[in-house]
Design a protein around this ligand. Structure first.
Ligand SMILES: CC(C)(COP(=O)(O)OP(=O)(O)OC[C@H]1O[C@@H](n2cnc3c(N)ncnc32)[C@H](O)[C@@H]1OP(=O)(O)O)[C@@H](O)C(=O)NCCC(=O)NCCS
Length: 114
């Protein structure tokens, strides 16, 4: 498991992301996928791109470590900010979570640019 933080001068840590290689779906031969376990930005620093930056950094770091493929996260159905971030910044795919009706399984990918 890895943790990355975003820091702003004179304000300290303003955001954090926790990520890991996670076995997804026992029935799918425990396929290991990039997984975002937690992402948060301090309230007064939101809507400045920090959440997007942290998620992108986590995805790039996992790709660097050979953990590639679409990145999975579980997001509460009512979490409009996070669902909108995933849609607007990553064009994420969203499906119901078979294990928890209150969650959605979000799958996001980043495309390499030239
Ligand atoms: C979700 C969260 C991490 C977003 O962090 P952030 O730094 O504000 O996100 P960004 O600035 O990168 O937002 C990128 C885009 O996401 C969407 N978005 C983010 N917050 C939004 C909100 N409150 N309402 C609507 N859209 C939102 C917008 O499209 C935004 O782009 P814009 O500001 O140009 O309109 C932050 O709101 C947070 O910490 N929430 C509490 C913890 C949480 O729910 N974590 C996720 C658990 S799965």
């Amino acid at each position: 498991m890895w943790i990355a933080v975003a820091e702003v001068r004179d304000a300290g840590v303003v955001g954090v992301v926790v990520y890991l290689a996670q076995a997804i779906g026992v029935e799918l031969n425990q396929e290991t996928r990039p997984f975002i376990a937690a992402l948060g930005v301090r309230q007064e620093f939101r809507r400045r791109g920090i959440g997007t930056l942290l998620k992108t950094a986590a995805m790039l770091d996992m790709a660097d470590r050979g953990i590639d493929g679409p990145t999975v996260s579980l997001v509460n159905r009512r979490n409009f900010p996070m669902l909108t971030l995933n849609q607007s910044r990553f064009e994420a795919n969203v499906e119901p979570d078979p294990d928890d009706p209150s969650d959605l399984v979000v799958t996001a990918a980043i495309e390499p640019v030239d």
